[in-house]
Design a protein around this ligand. Structure first.
Ligand SMILES: [Zn+2]
Ligand SMILES: [Zn+2]
Length: 91
């Protein structure tokens, strides 16, 4: 019989924590690029026509996308117009 050790690290525990504030999933969130602000938590679930539910984003990023009018989807190699994107508030 093979025993499998399950490692539970701190970040996993934090993800399971109900009170945990969700983090922005934008790749460049930590370096404040493309509107992201590193100290902002995720506030919106971004939904695109090509990807469906895509990722959690911070409020500054949402404003940046709307102001910019479009984003590039690297998964589908296409430009998604801002008015095609839905932002669902998360709380
Ligand atoms: Zn962000
Ligand atoms: Zn896509």
């Amino acid at each position: 019989m093979i025993m499998t050790e399950i490692e539970v690290d701190l970040s996993t525990l934090e993800m399971l924590d109900f009170e945990h504030t969700p983090a922005c999933e934008g790749q460049l969130h930590a370096v404040n690029l493309f509107g992201h602000q590193a100290d902002e938590p995720a506030k919106w679930l971004m939904v695109t026509p090509c990807c469906g539910t895509k990722l959690l984003v911070c409020e500054p990023r949402r404003k940046f996308i709307i102001a910019g009018g479009a984003v590039y989807c690297g998964d589908h190699n296409r430009v998604v117009q801002a008015d095609e994107i839905k932002f669902l508030p998360i709380d």
